[in-house]
Write a protein that binds this ligand. Sequence first.
Ligand SMILES: C[S@@+](CC[C@H](N)C(=O)[O-])C[C@H]1O[C@@H](n2cnc3c(N)ncnc32)[C@H](O)[C@@H]1O
Length: 121
Amino acid sequence: MGLLPAGARTLAVGDGDLAFSEALATSREGELVATCLETEAELVAQYANVQQRLSLLRSHGVKVVCGVDATQLCDGPLQGTKPFQRIFFNFPLLPMKVHKARASSIDVQIANRAMLAELPG
Ligand SMILES: C[S@@+](CC[C@H](N)C(=O)[O-])C[C@H]1O[C@@H](n2cnc3c(N)ncnc32)[C@H](O)[C@@H]1O
């Protein structure tokens, strides 16, 4: 069985500019839900060309859900959704706006670890 079995229902969380989801959507078959922590307005303000990517993903039948917190997957916008066979959270790091509020790099590292520890098992 490969990393992504044929037809696996797949969830991408914390996918930032959604580039990974685009690569998945254009290279394989299977249901994909692509999510990011930010609102759609924040995404558009933050990343160039993300609007085209959103259109492309949706044209491939990908469900895009913004405002999904990986530490609260069962309570947020994905509440009640069907189970996934694979969940990706690549390069999980707190957003820059959180980093800026922290005094030192050691604080940032501890905060990042705390976020990982909060992810559902
Ligand atoms: C270094 S970026 C990686 C983005 C993307 N996964 C990739 O591989 O290109 C880290 C991402 O983690 C997201 N993130 C941080 N904390 C999160 C959380 N609690 N829930 C969902 N996403 C989170 C940030 O919004 C940011 O987009």
